[in-house]
Design a protein around this ligand. Sequence first.
Ligand SMILES: Nc1ncnc2c1ncn2[C@@H]1O[C@H](COP(=O)(O)OP(=O)(O)O)[C@@H](O)[C@H]1O
Ligand SMILES: [Mg+2]
Length: 286
Amino acid sequence: MAQEPETLTNNAIRPYPQHARLRNASPSIRFTIHPIVRRPENPIMTKPTPDGQPIILLDDVTLKLASQAGEVNILRGVDLSVGEGETIGVVGPSGSGKSTMMMVIAGLERPTSGRAVVAGHSLADLDENGLATFRRENVGIVFQAFHLIPTMTALENVAIPMELARRKDARAEARRLLGMVGLSGRLSHYPGQLSGGEQQRVAMARAFGGRPKLLLADEPTGNLDQATGQAVIDLLFGLHREIGTTLLLITHDPALAARCQRIVRIEDGRIAGVTTTPVGAEAGVG
Ligand SMILES: Nc1ncnc2c1ncn2[C@@H]1O[C@H](COP(=O)(O)OP(=O)(O)O)[C@@H](O)[C@H]1O
Ligand SMILES: [Mg+2]
């Protein structure tokens, strides 16, 4: 690949000397990190990627579901554009559609109408396999309820998605990531043997596994005590600073939302307002 020398010297991946190994890796693995290379020098960049595309584009997205009481309009025309490397806090009342919007962005729910383009992929054009590949290569997701596989150890939970992506050093990378979240001593524990905070940190290590361009976190501290929640959040923002990951964070905590560059407020299936925070103003978002 013509871009390889640049890949190996690029600021965005210099903290990861082990990436030198990717020189001999399979093309699919190289493809996974290729988009990182195209990031500008400053990881806290705000607006479009070099090819002019936002990393998330929702264009008049609606989502209706059938329920016993009839059709429910869950999303009612959502427009959202997020530049690569931005941090976005998503707030709003319970039931307003925040999680559903995140599921649309992740390709886990299909809109009834409108367009979702994420990391350059028009999600409507992808079948289920295509969506799974899209997620594996672009998106890390942290759910409030962790969603670890109970019959797998912490190490396996983190390594398996990378093994599915055919990373040869998946186990070693999983060990490194679990060390990063302070769980080196818990590698062979099963989720049932871990505290809530520890499970959430495993989930976070798993989400970081593909070094995703886009991290989606749905109330990741909702089930944690304050100190553990703070540690988890510091990890999320740390990854953003370290490799310029775009972060979309659903939260009920105003102080947490204020750490993001922009705050998107959802009410009744619509975007009710977007605010640039002082952090965002400093970073030139707006
Ligand atoms: N599978 C579903 N079938 C019917 N209604 C649903 C479904 N999933 C979510 N909803 C409804 O959609 C609305 C938005 O849900 P959600 O996106 O989870 O809200 P939030 O994350 O903001 O609390 C809620 O009223 C919820 O009850
Ligand atoms: Mg929710």
